[in-house]
Design a binder for this molecule. Structure first.
Ligand code: SAM
Length: 284
């Protein structure tokens, strides 16, 4: 049975459908945009000298593979993701690049991990999509050893990340059925509220919780901006169903809204994120 059918999770449907396929197709470009975050996590694993690492919501696997390459024969990095196309892409990359890594296609919220099997759990933007985040982080806590470390990166608010909502704001009148983003709902900005994230981790028995703001400079080539805005995010999803005329109108309206971010051949924006760390502990 399909994962989406098993747990009725809307996010599973999304990531196994258009959004998952779009991420696979744009994997090389997204990896370039998100590379600074991969580097931050690889550095953390390297400093912590951990050996059994779990990458949650690993997508097409770039962080998993980078950590796998770092660990070499001294450990294993396992990636878990709910998306069939993204896990398939991750597995193909591991084979191509000759990097030993393990990939699981399942919902990390409920997956029956072996207890106490990971000494580090990481995620690059892969943990904001759970429909029951306390259940999910409690499940991850069970999978963690008693001295394990949790490190993940999540987006701060949409207000602090105006680049990310430029397309939907500009296209609002042309695409009246664009979904409205609601605070705290599963999705890109689901972990924007720092106090909520703290509470989720506390309730799921993580300790030493630290939530630090990080502002990271990101770039993409201007030549790929239209592909970016027509394939990804809520506007990208809506455009899959739109007729040619609406599509052309949306591009004509939305592209100039990105002008403030365009510097010659490069698009530059600041990603306002949280770097979250926590520890498992025997008494926790
Ligand atoms: C924004 S993407 C990030 C992917 C990857 N970490 C990266 O940085 O390229 C979010 C990922 O979380 C995955 N995801 C969403 N809900 C999940 C769940 N319940 N269990 C496992 N993965 C999930 C999605 O399929 C998607 O690959």
């Amino acid at each position: 049975m399909d994962v989406a059918q098993q747990n009725g999770n809307q996010q599973a449907t999304l990531w196994n459908g258009h959004t998952g396929h779009a991420w696979v197709e744009m994997q090389a470009r997204l990896d370039q945009i998100l590379e600074p975050f991969k580097n931050l996590l690889v550095e953390v694993v390297s400093r912590a000298q951990r050996r059994q690492v779990l990458d949650v919501g690993c997508g097409a696997g770039s962080t998993t593979l980078a950590v796998g390459a770092l660990l070499g024969s001294t450990g294993v990095c396992t990636g878990i993701d709910i998306s069939e196309p993204m896990i398939a892409a991750a597995q193909a990359r591991a084979e191509q690049e000759g990097i030993a890594a393990r990939f699981l296609r399942d919902d990390a919220q409920v997956h029956a991990f072996e207890a106490a099997s990971f000494d580090m759990i990481i995620s690059r933007f892969g943990v904001m999509f759970f429909d029951d985040p306390v259940q999910a982080f409690a499940n991850l806590r069970r999978a963690a050893t008693d001295d394990a470390e949790l490190r993940f990166i999540a987006w701060r608010s949409p207000e602090e990340n105006p680049f990310m909502t430029t397309a939907e704001r500009a296209a609002a009148t042309l695409l009246p059925n664009l979904p409205v983003r609601r605070p705290d709902e599963p999705g890109q900005f689901g972990f924007a509220n720092r106090l909520r994230v703290h509470k989720i981790l506390q309730e799921s028995r993580w300790t030493c919780i630290e939530i630090q703001p990080i502002d990271v400079a990101c770039t993409l080539p201007e030549s790929e901006l239209v592909t970016y805005l027509t394939r990804l995010g809520p506007v990208g999803v809506m455009l899959q169903e739109a007729d040619d005329q609406t599509r052309a109108q949306v591009i004509e309206t939305v592209r100039p809204a990105f002008d403030p971010y365009v510097h010659g051949r490069e698009v530059r924006f600041t990603a306002a994120c949280w770097m979250v760390s926590a520890r498992a502990s025997a008494s926790g």
